[in-house]
Write a protein that binds this ligand. Structure first.
Ligand SMILES: *Cc1c(COP(=O)(O)O)cnc(C)c1O
Length: 341
């Protein structure tokens, strides 16, 4: 078994993130005891789950002698914000390949037209403040990965040493951040004496969930990680989780992970990625008004809507302890304020 402590890693957070009991929310929902893992308090600029992935990805970039990062995502990508923030910390250049959002009719919408919020808000504003070396915005559905690789090749001809980070930082290297988080969680459960029946987390590019599943398996823990999909049906998401879990397990030389541990529920993303749902709005309002905790509208708001629905369907026992992973993303709230009007 590969020892995580021997792999190259940078540190962007001091110590573990808090594990907090949400007493008011648990009472209000009248179901299990809800706990929250505050990964919205990770380091870098308004940190979130990408901070953990980047600790391993940036170390790998530096080990390869890179002086420039190239990465890709949506115009409100948390991953791009945090990769850029890490670049500032490390003194690296950083180029962002971005894609426009889709409108509620499924058609591409320019971010500043048709009543949508102006572009220079939320994460897009932060790309500017953090001084991205370049940003380019492509129409929705463009092949961002191909463009990122092309840009890296161009930079190389200019004498740069680029390192391309995949969308969401979700490859084996990035997922190691959440293998490590699984261990951090188990240590916290032991400290509190907490018997946890389920962990819930949003599932997008699946690096966070795959890392958690592999990390729990590695520690012989049977706690299930229920993914709440933010853009795909169960049928489309689960193979993505399974593939990454298998790759991580094989990299770490773990015994095979049973397929049924990769669970991604497809009932809560509404009509598409980043498109608001009434249940998301309710969840964001409920966490804020009961606990003073801000969720984001794209990931944690929809995952919390899933948690609330599962509680209302009586899918947990009253004495269960359920842990919700708050993966960050709060800057995106301000870019989508219209959903709360
Ligand atoms: C990227 C992101 C996720 C999803 O994580 P994946 O590893 O892509 O599945 C969840 N929450 C926030 C805030 C994110 O930025």
């Amino acid at each position: 078994m590969v020892n995580l402590n021997e792999l190259p890693r940078r540190r962007y957070t001091n110590g573990p993130t808090p594990l907090e009991h949400l007493e008011h929310l648990s009472t209000q929902l009248g179901g299990p005891q809800i706990w929250i893992k505050r990964d919205d308090l990770l380091g870098l600029t308004q940190g979130g789950n990408k901070t953990r992935k980047l600790e391993f990805l940036i170390a790998d970039a530096l080990a390869h002698g890179a002086d420039t990062l190239v990465t890709a995502g949506g115009v409100q990508s948390n991953h791009c914000r945090l990769a850029l923030s890490a670049a500032r910390r490390e003194g690296l250049d950083c180029h962002l390949v971005l894609e426009e959002d889709l409108g509620s009719d499924g058609a591409p919408v320019p971010a500043d037209a048709g009543g949508n919020p102006p572009k220079l808000t939320g994460n897009f504003l932060l790309f500017d403040l953090l001084g991205a070396d370049s940003t380019e915005v492509h129409t929705n559905g463009s092949d961002l990965v191909a463009r990122a690789n092309e840009l890296a090749a161009e930079l190389k001809t200019q004498g740069k040493k680029p390192y391309v980070i995949p969308v969401g930082g979700s490859n084996v290297t990035g997922a190691l951040g959440y293998v490590d988080c699984a261990q951090e969680l188990l240590t916290q459960f032991a400290e509190v004496g907490l018997d946890v029946s389920s962990i819930l987390a949003p599932s997008g590019s699946a690096g966070m969930q795959a890392g958690l599943i592999a990390g729990l398996h590695r520690a012989d823990s049977q706690i299930p990680v229920v993914g709440i999909n933010v853009s795909r049906t169960q049928e489309d998401q689960e193979p993505k989780i399974v593939n990454l879990v298998d790759e991580v397990a094989s990299f770490l030389e773990l015994p095979p992970v049973p397929r049924e541990r990769s669970l991604g529920l497809g009932d809560y993303f509404g009509t598409g990625y980043a498109l608001p749902t009434p249940e998301m709005v309710e969840a964001v309002r409920l966490f804020a008004s009961t606990e003073g905790i801000l969720l984001d509208p794209v990931y944690t708001g929809k995952a919390a809507a899933g948690l609330i629905d599962l509680i209302r369907q009586d899918r947990f026992g009253d004495d269960d302890n359920v842990v919700f992973i708050h993966s960050g993303g709060v800057p995106g709230l301000y870019a989508r304020a219209g959903a709360f009007a």
